[in-house]
Design a protein around this ligand. Structure first.
Ligand code: HEC
Ligand code: HEC
Ligand code: HEC
Ligand code: HEC
Length: 127
């Protein structure tokens, strides 16, 4: 029996990583579970289709890494939640608060490009 364990382990790991890949493909909205009591419906965001339509090819345009206050060009943080680094309440001169991080990322780029929604209800749509 013992020799079969690695096979099952390999299958389990394969299933797990398939599930992880699916998560981003299947994302339709930005999860709002990191907010203690969300005021709005979660923002529309069809992850892969959005990034393709917007012509964004670098993951770290959103999943960024900073070191000593400097953006690191060739590293990305898609294995972390935004909320791992951005707290709901910002502390002092640390990273911006979570809501500001999302609005700063999403809305800012839409404004700069003159493309993509900038009105509250266009992103926070009641389903
Ligand atoms: C470009 C899309 C976009 C626009 C426009 C936008 N938001 Fe958001 N907002 C987000 C995302 C993404 C989050 C992160 C959580 C989520 O999905 O709701 C967020 C989070 C929030 C939160 C914190 C979570 C909660 O539900 O309490 C509030 C409050 C909020 N937005 C209010 C607003 C208001 C008010 C406006 C208009 C002045 C606005 N947003 C416009 C994308 C957007
Ligand atoms: C326009 C911004 C943006 C770009 C570009 C982007 N992502 Fe994301 N991605 C997000 C947001 C927002 C989330 C949700 C983060 C959170 O919940 O904290 C996310 C979540 C994820 C997740 C977690 C999925 C889950 O359900 O747990 C993975 C994996 C991921 N992205 C991979 C990538 C990869 C790989 C690329 C580049 C090919 C990429 N992302 C490019 C915004 C982006
Ligand atoms: C590994 C930690 C980390 C993760 C994960 C992270 N950030 Fe940040 N982010 C930072 C730090 C640190 C700063 C402050 C940089 C500085 O010193 O100016 C920052 C700054 C920002 C800023 C303001 C400056 C800028 O680049 O526009 C925005 C907006 C932002 N983050 C959005 C996001 C979003 C959205 C996500 C998730 C998709 C995310 N961040 C994930 C660490 C992180
Ligand atoms: C680097 C630039 C950039 C960033 C960052 C970005 N967007 Fe966009 N977004 C665009 C562009 C460009 C379009 C218009 C694409 C097109 O022409 O169809 C767009 C379109 C959209 C649309 C309407 C089309 C659709 O896919 O439903 C939504 C909703 C949207 N963005 C939400 C978001 C949210 C939420 C975030 C933050 C998590 C975000 N965007 C971050 C550039 C960006």
């Amino acid at each position: 029996m013992k020799s079969f364990v690695p096979v099952w382990l390999a299958i389990a790991l394969a299933l797990l990583s398939a599930a992880a890949l699916k998560a981003q493909e299947d994302m339709r909205t930005v999860p709002n579970d990191a907010f203690v009591s969300p005021q709005r419906p979660p923002s529309v965001f069809v992850h892969d289709a959005h990034n393709e339509a917007a012509g964004i090819d670098e993951c770290n345009q959103c999943h960024h890494v900073y070191r000593d206050g400097e953006l690191v060009a060739d590293e990305s943080s898609e294995d972390q939640r935004c909320s791992d680094c951005h707290a709901e309440e910002a502390a002092g001169d640390g990273p911006p608060a979570l809501m500001d991080a999302f609005h700063g990322n999403c809305k800012q780029c839409h404004l700069e490009n003159g493309k993509g929604p900038v009105m509250c209800g266009e992103c926070h749509q009641r389903q």
